[in-house]
Design a protein around this ligand. Structure first.
Ligand SMILES: NC(=O)c1ccc[n+]([C@@H]2O[C@H](COP(=O)([O-])OP(=O)(O)OC[C@H]3O[C@@H](n4cnc5c(N)ncnc54)[C@H](O)[C@@H]3O)[C@@H](O)[C@H]2O)c1
Length: 273
């Protein structure tokens, strides 16, 4: 049970989509906010909106940049107080067929989706732990972190998201005695512009998406646009922090695949179940 009111929450990818939904919900619950993102314009819009509700610090930060992360953590804590709720949420979608993956693509996808979470933990966990005032860590994984994918081209994303789930479960074991809760958010479809933003992010490396790959994302965009509203996901995160809930699902999309995977794992036990 973590009381949110009066705490400071640091949210990565907090300028858009799910991160913004979480920011709104935690602000409504009385938290002060430190929001970081690559998207400077969206950060200023969000600051303008949420400053009416709570104290807000914003900064442009690439979650892969460890030195900048430490510097911005100091600045954030100086302005909005010691962080005791950490939300590692920034992420990108996309990848390539397994045989088409390159080291550059692996470094991009793992660097943001897993490395960014590791950097958040390394930056803030020692601070939260030393203060001995409890707290909560939320890591955004995905339904893709729990079950084998149905779509081809998912190896990169799935690798990072399974790791975020495993990391969160292991952190939960270590941190429970210190009163620091850990939640892993495993959304199904959420209505955000993640695909367009990820296509833009891919432009930083020499393996941008081909026109053919971009055309293939149209069906996925339609699927996501019918997903849950990010603000509702934010409310689920708020409630999970308060009740110290380990997992958050946003819909039943992975239900049958969780059952099938669990059944297959049990059937593979030495004496078969
Ligand atoms: N939208 C969905 O359906 C869905 C489903 C499952 C999981 N997720 C996960 O939820 C998280 C949030 O996704 P979203 O849908 O809100 O996407 P989004 O694109 O709307 O928001 C992600 C934010 O992260 C920021 N970002 C990207 N790379 C960054 C970096 N290197 N450093 C700092 N900020 C960076 C972007 O600028 C953006 O503001 C991601 O981890 C994603 O994998 C989303």
């Amino acid at each position: 049970m973590t009381e949110i009111a009066g705490r400071t929450a640091f949210i990565t990818g907090g300028a858009n989509g799910i991160g913004l939904g979480i920011a709104r919900s935690l602000a409504g619950a009385g938290a002060r906010l430190a929001l970081v993102d690559l998207d400077a314009d969206a950060l200023s819009r969000v600051k303008e909106e949420l400053i009416a509700v709570t104290e807000v610090f914003t900064a442009v930060l690439d979650v892969r940049d460890r030195a900048a992360y430490a510097r911005i953590a100091d600045e954030a804590e100086a302005q909005v107080g010691p962080v005791s709720i950490l939300v590692n949420n920034a992420g990108v979608s996309g990848g390539a067929l397994a045989a088409k993956l390159t080291y550059e693509l692996w470094d991009w996808g793992i660097g943001i989706n897993l490395g960014g979470v590791i950097n958040g933990i390394q930056t803030f966990l020692p601070r939260i732990s030393e203060r001995k005032a409890g707290g909560h860590i939320v890591n955004t994984a995905s339904g893709a972190g729990l079950v084998p994918p149905v779509r081809e081209g998912s190896t990169l994303y799935t690798t990072a998201k399974y790791a975020v789930v495993g990391m969160s479960e292991a952190l939960g074991v270590d941190l429970e005695p210190q009163g620091i809760g850990v939640t892993v958010l495993c959304p199904g479809a959420v209505a955000t512009d993640i695909i367009d933003r990820a296509i833009a992010s891919r432009a930083e490396i020499s393996v941008p998406m081909t026109d053919e790959q971009i055309a293939k994302t149209e069906a996925m965009k339609t699927y996501l646009s019918n997903g849950m509203a990010p603000d509702l996901v934010g409310n689920l995160v708020r409630d999970a922090i308060r009740s110290n809930q380990t997992y958050i699902h946003t819909d039943l999309a992975v239900l049958s695949r969780i059952e099938a995977r669990t059944k297959a794992l049990l059937a593979a036990m030495p004496h078969g179940l």
